[in-house]
Design a protein around this ligand. Structure first.
Ligand SMILES: [Zn+2]
Length: 278
């Protein structure tokens, strides 16, 4: 048995904690880092299989979660008076519903996913994130999927977006039966501790704060004093601000608007290009 391995985030010594049966067929070692407190599976050799079943299968909450993320992120960005033209990238977008809803509401979001084609926003997806200078990065339920968390976090945070909004479920003393390990599904392979999330953000000049709906990394040097104060306000009053803003956000998109019209024109042109001359 392997007693320890190197933490894929901080390079510390990760000690063996238990086995789990992954994808119902592989006995996999789990380790906990004595440096940053994160947990990891052994090197994930089963990912091709874990991603081979198409669709969202067991993730039955994906759509409602995207709606929640849309409404809460919209309320947050509006509260900070972030201009609607500010470029946003939804990293690890999955089917791309979040970016599509953000676009419908007039915010310039793009989807990016290395495993899935972002069906909902296919003409508004990017193939890679290199060279992009987004003002906002979102990453919902992504970090626990990273085979190389250090490399990916460095790449993500090196884009220097003033705001990074993300969700994951930090490991913090849960038992071996913690539901988030999701061993049957095989896609959750790295589990950040709260300290590790804070540490990797701080390494890149970010302060981390937590609100009811998501985590926020923010770069104080790139935001106004009012915006930093608004982040504080949102982290304390997220539910009330969400409630106050949600109806307007929904109402802006359900009957159509100029943003949807503009995207339709772009999509029609792209589609015509794909059809070719017949
Ligand atoms: Zn570590």
């Amino acid at each position: 048995m392997q007693n320890s391995e190197v933490c894929r985030l901080c390079g510390g010594v990760a000690k063996h904690i238990f086995y789990k049966k992954i994808l119902r067929r592989y006995d996999v070692n789990f380790f906990k880092c004595s440096g940053c407190g994160s947990q990891q599976t052994e090197k994930a050799y089963w990912l091709d299989e874990a991603y081979s079943i198409p669709g969202l299968h067991i993730d039955v909450g994906a759509a409602s979660r995207s709606v929640k993320n849309w409404l809460s992120a919209s309320a947050f960005l509006d509260r900070l008076a972030i201009p609607r033209s500010a470029l946003g990238v939804d990293f690890g977008s999955g089917p791309g519903l979040f970016a599509s809803l953000m676009r419908n509401g007039g915010r310039d979001f793009r989807s990016y996913d290395s495993y899935t084609r972002p069906t909902f926003s296919s003409y508004f997806a990017v193939e890679n994130v290199e060279g992009l200078n987004p003002e906002i990065i979102t990453a919902f339920e992504v970090f626990e999927h990273l085979p190389e968390p250090r490399k990916t976090m460095d790449a993500l945070l090196s884009m220097r977006a003033p705001l990074v909004i993300f969700t994951t479920w930090p490991v913090d003393g849960q038992g071996e039966d913690w539901i988030y390990y999701l061993p049957d599904c095989g896609q959750h392979i790295f589990f950040f501790s709260t300290d590790a999330l804070r540490m990797i953000g701080r390494n890149h000049g970010y302060t981390m704060t937590i609100c009811q709906y998501f985590y926020i990394y923010f770069d104080e040097g790139k935001l106004s004093q009012d915006q930093v104060a608004a982040i504080d306000d949102f982290s304390l009053n997220a539910v009330a601000i969400f409630k106050g803003a949600a109806f307007d956000t929904i109402n802006r998109v359900v009957n159509g608007n100029e943003h949807i019209d503009a995207d339709l024109a772009t999509a029609m042109a792209r589609f015509a290009g794909e059809l070719g001359d017949g």
